[in-house]
Design a binder for this molecule. Structure first.
Ligand code: SF4
Length: 266
């Protein structure tokens, strides 16, 4: 295999040769959404996981082999990949596909998004998958954005700042929407950092998921800051708290300065 899959490697984003060709002139401007591997050139082996002979042949291969479910098996996507993951040896990395039937394209972008998010998201959250291929969305660039965003939402590949915010309720101790906007404006360029913004200390710390840093209402107009699930700064006046959060991120080596705004080309 030309690329490393599985283990500590990021989940890879595949595209098709046709989509690669369509994007080839513009990949420089695609930023974080570049395709990484062309499926037709990847050497991926496609099998029907219900076929014992195919599974046996796969598992008799001496080395790791990128594997996926073959199109047109008639199986439901999530069930098909769960079966593949259960039957293929763990040494074989798995390429997930959002659909196994490209002959019936989705009616619209929303249906495509829901299909991809449901199928890939469920499998990725189960811990299945070392690479993904989105085909329900027919626009080449949009299919890549969708793939990366599903990976981010599933927590499997963080390529931009990740935010967790509580929905707010009667306990919320500051203006959650306004503060979240302010924090996003200051930290939106920090790739891979997870920040939680929670309205109160009653339930907030327990709901911060795996955030690296937390901004939590401690008392009226006072903020507590967290590193992981540990409170490290207490009762900071609200008007200083965003800057103190930035200082905390810097102290923990996760800060980089925002890139200068792009200059318009002549
Ligand atoms: S974290 Fe606190 S403020 Fe936010 S929704 Fe939960 S209880 Fe309400």
């Amino acid at each position: 295999m030309g690329h490393d899959f599985g283990g500590e490697h990021p989940v890879r984003v595949f595209t098709t040769q046709a989509r690669w060709n369509a994007l080839a002139h513009g990949t420089a401007g695609m930023g974080d959404f570049k395709p990484e591997i062309i499926v037709e050139k990847s050497g991926v082996v496609a099998i029907d996981p219900r076929d014992p002979a195919a599974v046996d042949a796969l598992n008799r291969r001496p080395g790791p082999c990128l594997v996926t479910v073959a199109d047109g098996t008639g199986m439901e996507v999530i069930a098909a990949f769960r079966l593949l993951a259960a039957r293929a040896d763990a040494r074989h990395p798995v390429l997930l596909k959002d659909t196994l039937d490209v002959s019936h394209p989705q009616d619209d972008a929303t249906s495509a998004l829901l299909t991809s998010a449901r199928n890939l998201g469920s499998l990725l959250c189960d811990g299945i998958g070392d690479a993904v291929l989105v085909r329900s969305e027919t626009d080449p660039g949009q299919s890549l954005r969708l793939a990366y965003n599903i990976l981010q939402a599933a927590g499997r590949r963080i390529f931009k700042t990740d935010y967790v915010a509580c929905p707010s309720c009667g306990r919320t101790l500051f203006n959650l929407q306004q503060t979240t906007r302010k924090i996003r404006a200051s930290t939106g360029h920090l790739k891979g950092v997870r920040i939680a913004v929670m309205g109160c200390i009653v339930n907030g710390p327990g709901e911060m998921a795996d955030a690296d840093f937390g901004y939590v209402g401690g008392a009226p107009n006072k903020i507590n800051l967290y590193v992981g699930k540990t409170a490290v700064k207490f009762n900071i006046p609200e008007d200083e708290a965003v800057q103190r959060l930035i200082d905390l991120i810097r102290e923990h080596g996760k800060w980089v300065d925002a890139p200068p705004p792009a200059t318009p080309q002549a």
